[in-house]
Design a protein around this ligand. Structure first.
Ligand code: IVH
Length: 696
């Protein structure tokens, strides 16, 4: 009976292909190290992608070329049923924690070590390797002859889980070590997530209305333990090596610091914030130095780790149960705390964005007392089901503003408040100026529509009004605007034109000459065009081009102020969102008043009777489209511009309200979502057809 041979065996790949594949793997691994570990890339992304695609193509043509160190494995494999248990050749220990966060903690450890080693006062100081205590998930990486063959979690220390496939997606982890041919080298370290990667992930979640993650540690740990590698793609994880497991055929250097140096030399990421110090004083200094550095680090730590540097001494000290006597973790105050939510305030930002802010029972977290924390937006407050009276978890890490990351449901009092409803709470009016508030479809934020009328937005509105492409008031920059507003000299836009030399010279750093120049600039700005004037009012969605179209179409300001949404929709490039925004703006008496006052102050432009209707057909009016992947000829911006010109709207996320998803090459999760929701999917040709016709 003949057994069919596998393709690859029947047709061994040609020598040239074997050689080229090896070359590509080496080059890609080298560039991954430069890029992800050393943060010093020498090859542009496109160049890397080209090499990567070439290797992918070679491997597809000759499956025998697939090796365990191939960078193509980094994209993640099939969904797993479960993780296979892995028994650790050398148990993965934990470290004793010193909870005394003062210098006493370090002194106690040094004292214990000296006692165990039976050193008296005359003996010299002990040398310690000191490093950071990373806040992530411990991982054992097993390299055989320099190739990563297995990655396992710590588990109970004896047995962990095989997470090799997921670990391969962590770009910082080398798939092949440099200059290491040892039969076995197990490297231990921490998989973690940088704060910026975490913030970006949550920002994306917020944009698409998804659930946000609590903190980087949980996210990293969850990601590594998820069975479907597809979910890992959007979570950029990082890694730091801090120790060894089983070793065969490699002469381990005599000190811990030298071990870490050697690991760095093999291409593994080793944190640079480490040192070798002498005695308790050295430990205390390091603890204090890192405390000052903590906020500026790009990742979370919950303490520092002290290790006796000399490996021979480590051996003499040995272990108690599962903790080595030669190491200790010295903690810092926690970056997450529980406290009570007393109230929810709503803040108005410079751009009119309304942000719910939690008023908290003051709590010491991340090194400061926090009594306010952001809730980001209404949806997020609802998703977390935050209610007044709840016990919440507050996080303050790095220089990120403190935020409420979740509630403790068990601690909800019977008299807790209602689910959060921003509109109801404000009764539809901006808490600062009383203007109508608005939340547009597809947007997460509510906004004050007061614009230039709203004191919270005053500075921004003035700067906008004065800028070059608008009223072009030379000399009115941010410093002066700050002074004018803070001193209460200017409360409304029209008051700008009441500024005289006398009032101006009373300001700091304002000489007579500059004052005269500004007054002249103000005078000059009064002669303008309708388009500039419209643009300067800061109506949401009315940019320079739209302002020009409106001016051309209507010719007169009164016609625009009184135009219905339908009439506005007849203007080229004006879709429903823009029309609604203009309507809302001019429906508010105070905005009309500002226009009148500016006219009364002498601001003028030429008016005409309006253009003959220049309405263009709007085949996509009222339709929402989502773009994903790379289209063959259209850039994302061009596609968006074409859709908007046709009256459609481009949204960042797919929902049941999406009419079409336009998918190009390498379309991602949005395409999956479209399929899941049964939303129509078209390619670029399909998009062009939509732009040309008017389907239902
Ligand atoms: S050494 C023999 N070094 O802390 C000691 N651990 O309880 C073995 N950790 O889950 C660990 N940063 O993942 C060591 N610089 C560091 C560390 C570190 C974080 C974690 C480790 C483990 C826990 C130990």
């Amino acid at each position: 009976m003949s057994v069919p041979l596998a393709d690859s065996l029947e047709n061994p790949p040609p020598a040239a292909a074997v050689e080229r594949a090896a070359e590509l793997r080496a080059a890609l691994n080298h560039h991954a190290h430069l890029y992800y570990v050393l943060d010093a890339p020498t090859l542009p992304d496109a160049g890397y992608d080209r090499l990567f695609q070439e290797l992918q193509a070679l491997e597809a043509a000759h499956p025998a070329l697939h090796t365990p160190d191939s960078p193509t494995l980094r994209v993640g494999g099939a969904v797993l049923e479960g993780f296979t248990p892995v028994r650790h050749a050398v148990p993965m220990l934990s470290i004793r924690t010193e909870t005394d966060t003062t210098a006493g903690g370090a002194q106690a450890f040094d004292g214990r070590v000296r006692r165990e080693l039976e050193l008296d006062e005359t003996a010299g100081a002990i040398e310690y390797a000191v490093e950071l205590k990373f806040d992530g998930l411990a991982i054992n990486l097993r390299y055989e002859r320099g190739v990563l063959v297995q990655a396992a979690t710590r588990g109970d220390g004896e047995t962990g889980e095989d997470v090799t496939q997921n670990i391969r997606t962590v770009r910082q982890i080398p798939l092949r070590l440099m200059d290491c041919d040892a039969p076995v080298l197990e490297v231990r370290g921490e998989v973690y997530m940088r704060r910026d990667d975490f913030e970006r992930l949550n920002e994306r979640q917020r944009e698409k209305g998804g659930k946000t993650f609590i903190n980087p540690r949980n996210t990293a740990a969850g990601a590594i333990r998820q069975l479907d590698p597809a979910g890992l793609v959007d979570k950029r994880l990082s890694f730091f090596a801090y120790g060894l497991g089983e070793v065969q055929g490699w002469e381990v250097p005599p000190t811990h610091a030298a071990v870490l140096d050697a690991l760095a030399g093999m291409g593994l990421p080793v944190c640079v914030e480490r040192a070798v110090v002498a005695g308790a004083d050295g430990l205390v200094t390091f603890h204090q130095r890192v405390a000052a550095l903590r906020d500026a680090l790009p990742f979370d730590i919950d303490g520092v780790v002290y290790k006796v540097n000399d490996r021979a001494l480590q051996e003499r000290l040995g272990f108690v149960t599962r903790e080595p006597r030669w190491a200790v973790a010295h903690k810092y105050p926690a970056q997450e705390q529980m406290t009570r939510l007393l109230d929810i305030d709503i803040q108005v930002g410079r751009t009119g964005k309304l942000t719910p802010v939690a008023k908290l029972e003051p709590v010491f977290v991340g090194g400061t007392t926090v009594s306010n924390a952001t809730l980001h937006n209404e949806d997020e407050a609802r998703r977390k089901d935050v209610r007044i009276g709840d016990t919440v978890i507050v996080r303050r890490a790095g220089d990120v503003i403190p935020e409420v990351v979740g509630v403790v449901p068990d601690k909800r009092p019977p008299d807790a408040g209602e689910p959060f409803d921003l509109y109801q709470r404000l009764q539809g009016a901006c808490p600062v100026c009383g203007s109508a508030i608005l939340r547009e479809e597809g947007e997460v934020d509510w906004r004050c529509t007061g614009g230039l009328f709203c004191p919270a937005q005053r500075k921004q509105a003035l700067l906008h009004f004065a800028s070059r492409r608008m009223m072009d008031i030379e000399g009115l920059g941010d410093k002066l605007v700050d002074q004018l507003v803070d001193a209460g000299i200017i409360r409304t836009l029209p008051e700008l034109y009441q500024l005289g030399v006398l009032k101006l010279t009373a300001l700091d750093r304002m000489g007579e000459k500059s004052a005269q120049n500004l007054v002249a600039a103000l005078e000059k700005s009064k002669q303008t065009t309708l388009a500039r004037f419209l643009f300067s009012l800061g109506i949401r969605h009315v940019g320079e081009a739209t302002a020009k179209d409106l001016a051309r179409h209507f010719g007169r300001i009164d016609a625009i102020m009184d135009a219905s949404e339908e009439q506005l929709l007849a203007v080229r490039d004006v879709g429903p969102i823009v029309a609604h925004s203009i309507r809302t703006f001019f429906e508010q008496p105070h905005n009309r008043e500002v226009v009148e006052q500016l006219r009364a102050a002498g601001v003028t432009w030429e008016e005409h009777d309006g253009a003959v209707a220049d309405a263009s057909p709007k085949p996509l009016a009222g339709k929402t489209l989502v773009l994903t992947g790379t289209l063959p000829t259209l850039s994302r911006e061009d596609a968006k511009a074409l859709i908007e010109a046709a009256g459609g709207k481009v949204s960042g996320s797919v929902s049941k309200k999406t009419h079409w998803v336009v998918a190009g090459e390498e379309a991602g999760s949005k395409l999956d979502k479209a399929r899941e929701l049964g939303v129509a999917v078209v390619d670029e040709a399909g998009l062009r057809a939509l732009l040309a016709t008017a389907p239902d």
